[in-house]
Design a protein around this ligand. Sequence first.
Ligand SMILES: Cc1ncc(COP(=O)(O)O)c(C=O)c1O
Length: 506
Amino acid sequence: MPGSQLKVSKRRAPRAGGGWADFLDLAIDHDSEIPLLQQVCQQLRQAIVSRSLLPGSRLPSSRRLADRLGVSRTSVLSAYDQLLTEGYVEGRAGSGTYVTDDVPEQLISAILPRPVAEKAGSLRLSAAGKRFRSLAQGLEPFEDIPFRAGCCSVDAITIENWRRACSRQLRSLERVHLRYSDPIGVLSLRREVAQYLKAARAVRCDPEQVVILSGAQQALDLSVRSLIDPGDAVWVEDPGYMGARFALRAAGADLIPVPVDQDGLDVGAGLQRCRNARAAYVTPSHQFPTGAVMSMRRRLELLSWAKENDAWIIEDDYDSEFRYVGRPLASLQGIDQCSRVIYIGTLSKMLFPGIRLGFAVVPKELIEVFTGAKFTTDRQPPTLQQAMVADFMRFGFLTSHIRRMRTRYREARDVVVESVTRFLGDLIDVEVPECGMQLAVHFKHGISDLKVAEAALSHGISVRPISPLYLDSPARQGLLLGYSGFDSRKLQFASQRLAEVVKSIL
Ligand SMILES: Cc1ncc(COP(=O)(O)O)c(C=O)c1O
């Protein structure tokens, strides 16, 4: 029986085709830097999603496969264990390990290789095209496993309410749902978003300033392309969010790393490094990745710098809805007297990422700019989907979802804090966040976060190393642990496994 935590199903015997796994052409490279178990795992995964191994196929016994590949049985058992955790295979009592009948679609699309263009090296590309290609080469498949950041919980109430909102719109399907509409979003949704932001985030806006976009990433991209010329200097938090840097680099911006401390971006350091930067990108409510909340003094300093230098501030308010202590600080936009702030928010965190909608609130004089930018990029957001979200918000379902998830995410945060402290307390410092969906732990001793992340993945755990998020400041070794998408049992189990991984590396 492969692995200790095999989920045993009492389902029927294997279907025809069960023995084909024995004929699979698996090749192990003993000189590769990729651990053996990961090589086995990757190739089996590939075989499953490409349907070389059909649902119901029985995998070879661990002993037979180990002999065939010339690897240890433990490597094969761990690979099976990992595939089991990911949902590709299942154990059947007394019978063996089988490819599951229903490998979820998203696992398949996450893993299928992107087609590699022939002669990719000699392709004539623009500078931006080359950056896009290298970004894509570094992208990891999205795996819904602890502690993957960006996973959300959605309970039965929200599912039901979302179904209702969707079916109401589908039942009333009218021409207005089917035709082209305003590039910056339908008015019904912009009204709902404006109302929500005024109440919850003290954002000062009229619906006409709300631009509906396909997520915060598009808001970042369009802001940068509209406000920054190639070569313009832009302050970025150090450490900071990669997605913003991708957008800035694609636009040819000159990134000026500004250190972050417990009060957020160090405005004084920014002034010293480049007083006349064109813009600053900040996450003031919950700094990514440190979790710091920007102090009021720093907020005022930043706004006054922007005013004096005619600079823009891009405020990424990505997950501040989930605040666990006290009242949230008002948004930076809410205290800006000079229309220097572009405020960005996203339904990816407020609701779920598959919805792929976010928004920006822009100063009135930028409305036309964003209308043109959105039109050029993809004409408009999907009309029907916007109507569904507007309906969902109008009935108060979004606020009640946020309220329930706030409780759930706080509990999840506490579980992770408790269990990583229990299993790893002597090796890490845990930063307990007051809001958000992830927390940072930093290693006390010289442990490489990259090594831990790589080893953890081969044990079915996804952690984001923090050191690559630094540009210039001395990099701290640590991990970002997302907790919002997983139940307590999974989080406890993953914490224990993570501790084993870290200790094995030590
Ligand atoms: C700091 C930060 N900003 C923006 C985003 C992007 O959100 P979206 O899915 O809306 O593009 C993320 C996603 O993880 C994030 O962590």
